[in-house]
Design a protein around this ligand. Structure first.
Ligand code: SF4
Length: 279
């Protein structure tokens, strides 16, 4: 089904939007305005990310970034064509900023948003089964006010926790290429620079996020032993962050492949977040 050019009502607020959603047009939680600077290539991502001095500004800059042509094309095509079951909804179709506490003790790093999850709702890990599984665990451990995550206006709040993706745009096949990973890394580095004073635990969802988190800590002036600690579920590594010790905790990604097969169970996820909350 192709719904391009047709305005649709947000499923909760009822406000009508184009897909992708224009910056500053009233989408719940949209951090940008029509005047937010747009990074058009990797050099601009780097310079904007290095200069940013607040999470509010960072979120705005991320949410309008256009530095990776293949990912911009994909996220916007998905937002226009849509999945049949969401054909009557507007799709965010933009990069997904980090989300959660401004002074987090726990930073959760994922790989990239899902085409019909975050790329539709505009909020990281929201609107798909992975998010349902993740937020249910966060709620059981006391890190959210509710277990339900549906859209960016559902009232969900994170306590002491911030979520961020290593690559901020939905990639084809959930697989960003190495150049795209490198282009997007300065946004995560900026997120770390602006939050690391408070963060005691970093939870990496999957091996790619683990490596991205190690690089984030290195880039931020921390130190990582050589050889680098290896990813595993519930693996932990005690690292030196720029403001003190930080514990990196590995966790299998809550993808349907892992949760349907029982490779990752709710109890395993609860254990990881309990560990993180107690660091
Ligand atoms: Fe920008 Fe990152 Fe999206 Fe590339 S993946 S367009 S750097 S937000």
């Amino acid at each position: 089904m192709h719904s391009g050019g047709v305005k649709r009502a947000h499923p909760r607020t009822g406000a009508v939007f184009d897909s992708p959603v224009p910056p500053g047009s009233g989408w719940p939680g949209d951090p940008a305005t029509p005047n937010t600077a747009v990074a058009a290539d990797g050099a601009q991502v780097q310079s904007l990310a290095e200069a940013v001095d607040s999470l509010v500004e960072l979120d705005a800059l991320v949410s309008v970034c256009r530095a990776c042509p293949r990912l911009v094309q994909w996220r916007e095509e998905v937002a226009t064509v849509k999945r049949r079951s969401y054909a009557d909804e507007p799709y965010w179709g933009r990069p997904i900023p980090g989300w959660g506490a401004a002074q987090p003790r726990i930073l959760v790093v994922g790989l990239a948003p899902a085409a019909h999850g975050g790329n539709r709702t505009g909020r990281v890990f929201t609107g798909d089964r992975s998010g349902d599984f993740l937020f249910a665990a966060l709620h059981r451990v006391g890190l959210t006010n509710q277990a339900v995550c549906v859209d960016a206006a559902d009232g969900l709040e994170l306590y002491d926790t911030r979520l961020a993706a290593a690559v901020r745009c939905a990639p084809p096949g959930n697989a960003p290429n190495p150049a795209e990973r490198a282009t997007c890394a300065p946004w995560l580095d900026a997120e770390w620079r602006l939050t690391s004073r408070h963060v005691r635990a970093v939870v990496a969802l999957g091996g790619f996020a683990w490596r991205a988190a190690l690089q984030m800590i290195r880039d931020g002036g921390g130190s990582v032993p050589k050889p680098a600690p290896k990813f595993g579920h519930a693996a932990t590594a005690e690292l030196a962050g720029p403001h003190g010790p930080v514990t990196l905790i590995g966790c299998y990604h809550p993808s349907q492949q892992n949760t349907f097969t029982g490779k990752l169970t709710p109890a395993m996820l609860d254990d990881v977040f309990t560990t993180a909350a107690n660091v």
